[in-house]
Design a protein around this ligand. Structure first.
Ligand code: HEC
Length: 130
């Protein structure tokens, strides 16, 4: 009996995960357009020597650092795809849901791919003010 329940519930779970993923992605796109595009550009390429790229950025492999930078801002020296930046990204005052949404957007756009959904709860857990 319990096996039957699992068989029936599994597709429903996968389906709702898909819906949550596309909702979060769509909201994240709006956040991106409002808060990020100005510097990181519509194509995620950034601006050479000033604003680092998000498209194919190796920085995004560190999810904790990525989420922290979006929630609290980022400054000081970093290296993205072998190029040094030493600048300031001010915190944008996003709430945890918006941080999760825009992270899902940038992790799955411009050829970037990340198969897990970032949730509000994960943002709460992952972020530490530095
Ligand atoms: C005013 C310009 C500006 C805005 C707006 C901005 N950023 Fe940034 N961002 C920067 C700069 C400058 C850095 C590098 C900071 C450093 O050198 O320490 C950076 C770094 C990053 C990084 C880490 C490095 C990389 O390229 O992978 C991520 C991730 C990021 N920004 C995401 C975002 C997101 C998401 C938003 C919108 C919610 C956003 N940024 C808005 C300027 C900006």
């Amino acid at each position: 009996m319990s096996r039957l329940i699992i068989i029936f519930l599994f597709p429903a779970f996968v389906f709702s995960q898909d819906i949550r993923q596309s909702e979060s992605y769509a909201n994240g796109q709006l956040v991106y357009e409002d808060f990020c595009m100005l510097c990181h550009m519509a194509n995620g390429q950034g601006v050479p020597k000033a604003f680092p790229p998000l498209a194919n950025s190796d920085y995004l492999k560190d999810i904790k650092a990525t989420v922290n930078s979006i929630k609290y801002g980022l400054n000081g020296p970093i290296v993205v795809n072998g190029v040094k930046y030493n600048s300031v990204m001010a915190p944008m005052g996003l709430d945890d849901q918006e941080v999760a949404d825009v992270t899902n957007f940038i992790l799955n756009t411009w050829g970037n791919k990340y198969d897990k959904l970032i949730t509000k709860q994960m943002v709460e857990k992952l972020t530490t003010k530095q």
